[in-house]
Design a protein around this ligand. Structure first.
Ligand SMILES: [Zn+2]
Length: 233
């Protein structure tokens, strides 16, 4: 696998081409996952981290800044260092999913990512509680990062037979600049949810073993459509 990725990196001349290929590798990787557990998630994170390291190495070989991929300067002179230092003390989360081109995400879609460390949403009206003092940096595979501006709980409505029931998704990061809602498979597993991913389908069971949601594979990945009960903050 690593030799394969390394080969891709050596071939890739432009950043766009490289990212497109990494994305294809990632899709192949996700399709390969037959079940998910905390260690599975950790493995995926480790793999994506090594891909990032290799991407930096590849930028270095092309004479580009390893941090931003820009020409004409090196890492220590990169303009991104300024903001990095200021934010260094903040906690850091990873959003190691790949952007799959010019696609859009609906407001009720929650992407299921194995390689993202936390739940995230850009919509503050979704929160029933929100601690705006919790600021953190969200890192992307490219090394870019955006800020989260709070953490809190989001309440959703689920159906059990004919009955409607409230459930709370705890510890969701408020990330105004993100373009989609994200459910972290790792965080859900820790909360007791059972998640099984096959090549074409992902099923999520709640703590009691009842079906919580399921998703068929599509271009944008696996996702659940959730009915959020908006908070009154
Ligand atoms: Zn730079």
């Amino acid at each position: 696998m690593y030799y394969f990725v390394w080969g891709l990196l050596k071939e890739a001349n432009e950043q766009a081409k490289l990212e497109k290929r990494l994305e294809q590798v990632k899709i192949a990787e996700v399709k390969r996952i037959s079940s998910s557990s905390s260690s599975r998630v950790k493995q995926d994170c480790d793999k994506l981290n090594s891909m990032r390291v290799m991407m930096m190495r590849s930028r270095h070989e092309r004479g580009e800044c390893i941090q931003c991929g820009g020409k004409g300067h090196v890492f220590k002179d990169c303009s991104k260092n300024q903001s990095r230092n200021e934010e260094e003390a903040l906690p850091e989360y990873q959003m190691l999913a790949f952007n799959v081109g010019p696609v859009t995400f609906d407001k009720d879609m929650w992407m299921l990512y194995t390689t993202t460390s936390n739940h995230m949403t850009p919509y503050d009206k979704y929160f029933t509680t929100l601690d705006r003092t919790h600021r953190a940096r969200i890192k992307f595979i490219t090394g870019d990062s955006i800020m989260s501006e709070g953490i809190g709980d989001v309440r959703i409505m689920t159906k059990e037979g004919n009955k409607k029931k409230n459930k709370t998704i705890k510890n969701v990061l408020f990330v105004p600049k993100i373009d989609r809602n994200v459910l972290s498979v790792g965080q859900m597993t820790q909360a007791g949810y059972g998640i099984v991913m096959t090549a074409h389908k992902c099923t999520v069971e709640d703590q009691a073993g009842r079906l919580f949601g399921e998703s068929m594979w599509e271009e944008r990945g696996f996702f659940l459509r959730l009915e959020v009960v908006e908070g009154n903050l």
